[in-house]
Ligand binder design. Structure first.
Ligand code: F6P
Length: 553
């Protein structure tokens, strides 16, 4: 057995007893449990004491991390080695926010001068748009920025744009077109004035069908008013690794913001893909976002495993995923500004670790990446929390909130935070039959009137959660928080022996869609599919024909 298998077996043996751990008892027995199982990094406090763990569990999990060579893989990533082996690429989003003077080399070449030069280009451009020096074709200032992109070229910038609302330019707004559904495009374009709108076509490959189609639609919409292709230069810029196709699209290469194949799409908000962010929050705040991420990178790169926040979060996830058999993990921000964080993390995590073939090309015989889902916590309480509290499934959850709010409604913040604390307490403690009876009696209700309901009112509890408290949601702390999750995903990928940086699984559907589109466009139903797919395509064509749909509209 290799060290990783030994560590896994040790954990499995430990699990046969640990599965019966009861958190309520653990808290009663150990008054220092919070101190033992919590960790502070700058403005971020992680409390992981409400987990189904003992000190032995943690040391065995950390042994597993060690035995999986997490530290050496981490160092290989930071040193620009090509750890994305199926695409022969380095994985260097950490270089994008390397705010030190240290070089980071790929094949002996320092990438930092290019990184800094793109940041300068972005800052210069953003400064000119923000102060009104950059004008639209009729001489008006830009008020609306539209990011046209999808997946990593949309979710990151959109999430950060929402999260940093208090830092935005007061006279500017951003919009995000991602969906190929024309309704999304129309809805956004319908609110805009071509004279004051700037489009950022964001696509790493510049071949993504949804983005290029939407960008062409935006271009036609713009030209319908501007009437002259020369005006495009003032209103369209591109962010891509594909210079050639950007030029073919008609965008002036001077207005192209470059990034590189060693930046994964879902790790790209720190790159020029963050152009909409810098445009809206300005250079200083964008750099603070990078600073915060860089600080977390340093922590991840240097803290011992037992005090390493991303490692701890990752190994707790492994504990539930691979031993308790938890299928999902919930992200529950109690912060309106973080409402898109669950969606962002869905891609970051599931596109990274949703794999069943390991680095050596073998099918794995263990569970890999969990289903990641969530919504703002308060709304979730009135929707899906019932299942977390009393359903049959184990759902580990991350509760995330800020101590200080940007809102003036401080009392509302206290109400929200009281719910935040109450939920993790309720999940952990539950409520016994005796406590339920007591609570009913205290409320003045006659117990005989509700006796038949009692079983429904008991909470088993013992549901695990992490609490992440950020002192205040600032560009800096947001940067650290996102980097925390990125590194958590990295560690889990290493423990599962996966390449977290490719995404072959999304390709098949794209290829099939291309074929089906040509069948739809030519109304050709002779292609061989299964009977379901063929019948559905025929039905679609038939009904749209009957309803007189005009495809060219
Ligand atoms: O199809 C998945 C994907 O490749 C993601 O990994 C990526 O973030 C998204 O599409 C967008 O890709 P691009 O930036 O190349 O348009």
């Amino acid at each position: 057995m290799n060290p990783r298998e030994v560590a896994f077996n040790n954990l499995q043996q430990h699990f046969s007893e640990a599965r019966h751990l009861n958190m309520r008892k653990l808290f009663e027995q150990d008054k220092d449990r919070f101190e033992r199982f919590s960790l502070q990094f700058q403005d971020i406090l992680l409390d992981y004491s409400k987990n189904l763990i003992s000190a032995d569990t943690m040391s065995l999990l950390l042994e597993m991390a060690k035995a999986s060579d997490v530290e050496s893989w981490r160092d290989r990533m930071f040193h620009g080695e090509k750890i994305n082996d199926t695409e022969h690429r380095a994985v260097l989003h950490v270089a994008l926010r390397n705010r030190s003077d240290n070089a980071i080399n790929i094949d002996g070449e320092d990438v930092m001068p290019a990184v800094r030069s793109v940041i300068d280009h972005m800052s210069d451009f953003a400064g000119r748009v923000r102060n009104g020096e950059w004008k639209g074709y009729t001489g008006k200032r830009i008020t609306d920025v539209v990011n046209v992109g999808i997946g990593g070229s949309d979710l990151g910038p959109k999430m950060v744009y929402q999260a940093l609302k208090p830092y935005r330019h007061p006279e500017m707004r951003a919009h995000f077109i991602s969906n190929i559904d024309g309704a999304h495009t129309e809805e956004i374009l319908g609110q805009l004035d071509p004279e004051t709108t700037l489009f950022i076509v964001s696509s790493k490959t510049f071949t993504t069908q949804e983005t290029i189609t939407n960008a062409n639609t935006a271009r036609s919409w713009f030209l319908a008013t501007a009437n002259d292709e020369q005006h495009i230069a003032k209103h369209f810029v591109a962010v891509s690794t594909n210079r050639e196709d950007v030029i073919k699209f008609g965008i002036n290469p001077d207005n192209m913001f470059e990034f590189w194949d060693w930046v994964g799409g879902r790790y790209s908000l720190w790159s020029a893909i963050g152009l909409s962010i810098i445009l809206l929050v300005g250079e200083e705040n964008f750099l603070a976002l990078l600073d915060g991420a860089h600080a977390m990178d340093n922590h991840f790169a240097s803290a011992p495993l037992a005090e390493n926040m991303p490692v701890i979060l990752a190994m707790l996830g492994i504990w539930y995923n691979n031993f308790f058999g938890a299928e999902t993990t919930a992200i529950l921000p109690y912060d309106h500004y973080l409402r898109s964080l669950p969606m962002y993390l869905e891609q970051a995590d599931m596109e990274s670790n949703g794999k069943s073939v390991d680095r050596d090309g073998h099918h794995v015989n263990y569970n890999t990446g969990p289903i990641v889902w969530g919504a703002t916590g308060i709304n979730g309480q009135h929707a899906f929390y019932q299942l977390i509290h009393q359903g049959t499934k184990l759902i580990p959850a991350d509760f995330i909130a800020s101590v200080q709010t940007h809102s003036k409604l401080k009392q509302q913040h206290d109400i929200m935070m009281s719910n935040f604390f109450a939920q993790t307490e309720a999940l952990m403690r539950g409520r016994t039959l005796e406590e339920t009876v007591e609570a009913i009696e205290q409320s003045g209700t006659n117990i005989d009137d509700v006796r038949d309901r009692l079983p429904h009112m008991v909470f088993e509890g013992n549901h695990p959660s992490n609490t992440i408290l950020v002192n205040k949601l600032t560009p800096y702390s947001l940067g650290s928080l996102i980097a925390l999750y990125e590194h958590k995903i990295f560690v889990q990928g290493i423990v599962w022996n996966l390449n977290s940086y490719d995404q072959w699984g999304v390709e098949l559907g794209k290829q099939l869609a291309k074929n089906i589109l040509s069948e739809i466009e030519s109304s050709d139903t002779t292609a061989r599919h299964d009977s379901s797919t063929s019948s559905l395509i025929s039905y679609y064509l038939q009904v749209s024909r009957e309803r007189g749909e005009n495809r060219d509209a």
